[in-house]
Design a protein around this ligand. Sequence first.
Ligand code: FAD
Length: 388
Amino acid sequence: MQTTAGQGFDEIRDAIRALCAEFPAEYHRKIDEARGYPEEFVEALTKAGWMAALIPEEYGGSGLGLTEASVIMEEINRSGGNSGACHGQMYNMGTLIRHGSEEQKRRYLPKIATGELRLQSMGVTEPTTGTDTTKIKTTAVKKGNDRYVVNGQKVWISRIQHSDLMILLARTTPLDQVRKKSEGMSIFIVDLKDAVGKGLKVNPILNMVNHETNELFFDDLEIPAENLIGEEGQGFKYILTGLNAERTLIAAECIGDGYWFIDKVTAYAKERVVFGRPIGQNQGVQFPIADAFMEVEAANLMRFEACRRYDAHEPCGTQANMAKYLAAKASWEAANACLQFHGGFGFAAEYDVERKFRETRLYQVAPISTNLIYSYVAEHVLGLPRSF
Ligand SMILES: Cc1cc2nc3c(=O)[nH]c(=O)nc-3n(C[C@H](O)[C@H](O)[C@H](O)COP(=O)(O)OP(=O)(O)OC[C@H]3O[C@@H](n4cnc5c(N)ncnc54)[C@H](O)[C@@H]3O)c2cc1C
């Protein structure tokens, strides 16, 4: 397929495609059926150094930017895999690198680079407050000089069983004692092996996609004070670095999905003959595919602009949100066309369309729902009155 947006990065694309070719569609299908984790695939990515792409060279990584990381994620999804199993390490990395202390970076980054540690989890969402993040009820209270004690609950926290570390957002000053509601929250690195079963309980949530995700219950979990990232009370600002990276990377994954669906449906529409001609000869079939292709291409431009701004340390919240919205919408349109024009075969697991359809659907809701992006753009970009 001739694409126009986001060309380049050939070395990275070729290397990821070659690695992904060792894990063909049947591999991902079997993992999905078993609701398993693609351990061998993530291990291969780690061994080849791709999971350390964002770690600066002085800490053992390759010192690449979010742009390159996004190409890695895109190519995984474009090859029929699902970056959801491992993208956490990429978006959490920015939070640690940009806001962690030198001591924290020396403690964690070299081990993450070698694969000895995984930083795959981020705990923000809570069951009773949802998208209204500043109302989170999980608290971290300082006890003495050396520790914080955490109590509360989180929901939908992914990859806990396949990570060693989690970045946690908790309230350190009660909401009614802060000037602005975005103040008084802090972020911590939680060492999961010291936490699970010792104040942290993890309940897996069976869900529509094969995405390992969990409910977390904190009951007097003790975290060493040295695991606080940055300044106490400023955590919401820091977590936005991770959230913007996450939205941008997921936009790239949706772009990869979008191209996968378009490749798949285009090939099928050329070969499937009904009424004595290929179904792709009918304009009723061609137009939705062409429409979805143009949407993916346009979304890809916004994705690269969000990456560029993030890497240049320019404000990128608007572009990250818009890229995520446009790419998730485009991949969903491509998914619908692909499923529709496979007819009944779209529903057969062996075609992989239904699996990728479910996977890409998630991104209308997580990590931020479409409505909340409309609201962000309306209020923060267009200056319309605040609605909540
Ligand atoms: C598989 C999966 C993995 C996830 N992984 C993680 C993770 O690793 N870490 C983490 O912290 N979170 C994670 N999440 C949580 C995810 O980020 C949230 O589900 C998402 O942000 C939506 O929040 P909510 O589910 O609480 O929906 P709610 O906030 O309850 O919203 C429900 C619906 O109402 C709409 N809505 C709410 N308020 C308004 C309004 N004012 N105007 C218009 N519409 C509104 C929303 O758009 C949404 O469609 C994951 C979720 C899933 C499903």
